[in-house]
Every structure is written in C-alpha cells, then in structure tokens.
Design a protein around this ligand. Sequence first.
Ligand code: FNR
Length: 390
Amino acid sequence: MSDMLKYPRLTDLEKKAKRRIPPFMFAYLDAGTGRDFAKDANEAAYREISLTPQFLRGRVAADTSTTLLGKVYGAPFGVAPIGLSSTIWPGAEQILARAAKAHNFPYALSTVAGDSIERVSKVGGDITWFQLYPPADRDMCLDMMRRARECGVDTLVVTADVPAPSRRERMRLSGGPVGSRGKSMYTPRVIMQSMSRPEWALRLLANGGPRFRNIEPYSDKFGGMGVTEFIGSQLNGGLDWDYLDIIRDRWPGKLLLKGILHGQDAERAARAGVDGLVISNHGGISSDAALAPIDVLPSVVREVGDRMTVIVDSGFRRGSDILKGLALGADSVIVGRATLYGVSAGGEPGATRALEILHAEIRRTMGVMGLTSVADITRDHVVLPRELPL
Ligand code: FNR
C-alpha cells in the first residue's frame, strides 16, 4: 500500500512538498507575481461558481473518459507544462510522464523542463505533448519541432503569454537564484536552504544539477552565455502572428495556443488554423492584474467553441473545479502546481496520488450531480455570479 494514501487531499501533499524542497524552490513553484492577486483570484473564482445537479436518474456510475483532439483519455484533465520541474524535484518529468501514462492522461513537457523530449516521450508514449516557447532563433524552433515530431508527439502547445519577463516577488524574497547576469546562482542562502533539504540536494546532484536537456543540444548558439542567460535571451517576446503561421505551416499534428485571455485573440487564432486554445493566465505568474481564466472561458467558448478545442487552466485544485470548467464549455482542463506538489511530496507514488485525488473527486462530483458521462456535462449544470464580455 502506498505511503501516500496518508495524504487525502492535495493540500496535504502541498504541505508535505513544502517540507521536502528548499524554501526558494517551493516559492518558485508556488508563488504568483507581484502581490499574488491573480494567483489568489484564480483559486477564489471557483467559490462563486455553483453546480446544479439533476436527480431521479437511477443509479449513477460516472465514466470520466473524454475525447480530446481525436484521442480518448482517461479523464477530462491533464498535466500542464512546468519549467525546471527536475529542479523542483529531480526526475519530475519522467515521474509525471509515467504516472500520467498509467492513467491515460495527457502530459505536456515544457521547453525549459530539465529532461528532454527524447527521454520523456520514451516513458510517456502517446500521452506526451510538447510545449514550445518559440525561440527568437527560428532554426532552433523548427529543429525542436522536428525533434518532437520524430519522438511521435502529435500535440504541440505553443505558449503565447510570456512576451516579457515578469517579476515574481515572493520568489525573489525567498532567496532563490534569479539568474542575474554574471552572478553566481549559488548564494549563501541557496546553499544553506539546499543543505536543509539533504534528500533533495543529493538527488539534484545525482541528476547533474539544474538541467535544460531540450536546450542543451544548441550550445553552439549560446555565444559565451550560460544556458539560463541564453534561454532568457531567446524565449521572451519573439512570438507574433506571422511566426505562428510558420509554426502552423510546419507542424503536421495538433496545435494548441496557450495563454489566451481575449476573445479577439481567440478569433484570430481560429483564423490562423490553430486546433485549440488553452485559456490561461499562466497560473497567475505573468501579471497580478490578469483575469481569472475561468471568468473569460464562457465568452471565448461562445466566440470560437464551435470551431476549436478549448482547454482551460489556472487555479484548478479540486475535481469539482474541473467540472465547473467543463460545464462552462471547456473540453478539458490542465493542472500545473497540484501535480508538482504530488511529485515533490512523494516522487512517483506522490504524483500518482495527486492524479488519483483529482480523478476520484471528478468521479464523486459527477456521481452526486447525477452525471454518468463527461459528454453530458452542459451549461445547464452551472450558475455564474458574473460573466465578462470580451
Ligand atoms: C508554469 N507554467 C508554464 N507554462 C508553460 O507553457 N511553460 C512553462 O515552462 C511553464 N512553467 C511554469 C512553471 C511554474 C513554476 C508554474 C507555476 C507554471 C504555467 C503552467 O503551465 C500552467 O499554466 C499553470 O501552472 C496553471 O495554473 P495552476 O494549475 O498552477 O494554478
């Protein structure tokens, strides 16, 4: 029996994760940006949305399987891309890919993950998606797309919402390395905090320290910069609609555009031939004034829902939150921090536990709502306090 069964809720895994990784690393995972308003608002938004059950349908056995982008998955949620996952918990990418594969949930590997698409897709197989931050160097972009394709990846997630770096204040205050030019990442505070979490530190050392295995093959382009500085120089602000056209033209599989919050951008993306959107505010990391994605979801669905797949993320912490997203028109949800809380709390059993907690909550909520299948969840099952026109 897994030791992780002692942790009945995601919040219990979160607390355990906090004890197992250094404070600066927990802050990297957990913090929003600025005053954290957007991160807090993402989570608070679900309080104000209610689900309306329907009864007298006999015995209800909920089937959570979901068709998304032409493929059947085990549940209407997947694992969102998280950069530096292997620095949060060494080996996190392969752990998450294996756990997601076992449940037939999608897992999106970040461009700036610690592990490479070659290694992770071997573990995750057909549930592996690749998230692309289109770099300024377009040859490098096309080469990363080629690599993903050669690994059998069908779904490419292009992230649009980091046109400029944000300032994650809580992370800075926690003493974490901020990658300033020329300065060592290994400040006394980083060393002290790392030593206070010896299991994490030893695992990270065994992993070769912080790695960026998707980017490392391009070291001939670094031009004397370190890998973090190179990433900073490449990944902020290069994407525009023309660049997206090139990506669309060259990617034969399914293409998702992540980070959309505006109806006009959604409409423009539909015209660009994108297969789907991820309505997201990056978990409240880009701007502390950003809208909660769940609040804009209905208007985006109204705008493009008949033409495109619509996925939503940011702030999902419960199965009932996920059902609210589906009732408001999303085809699926992706979950970021919650999955890394699981990995950091307990490696693979912890990752599995996080996924199973969410999955069981979806099943339970569907049951008490009188819903037997995901396709039966409709707008009639939800009541909103407000809806923003965009
Ligand atoms: C992210 N996110 C993100 N998104 C992306 O497209 N590429 C990336 O490399 C990252 N990296 C990343 C790191 C950390 C620490 C966080 C918290 C988030 C955003 C992520 O995919 C997703 O949109 C949010 O995490 C969703 O919000 P929740 O579920 O964390 O509330």
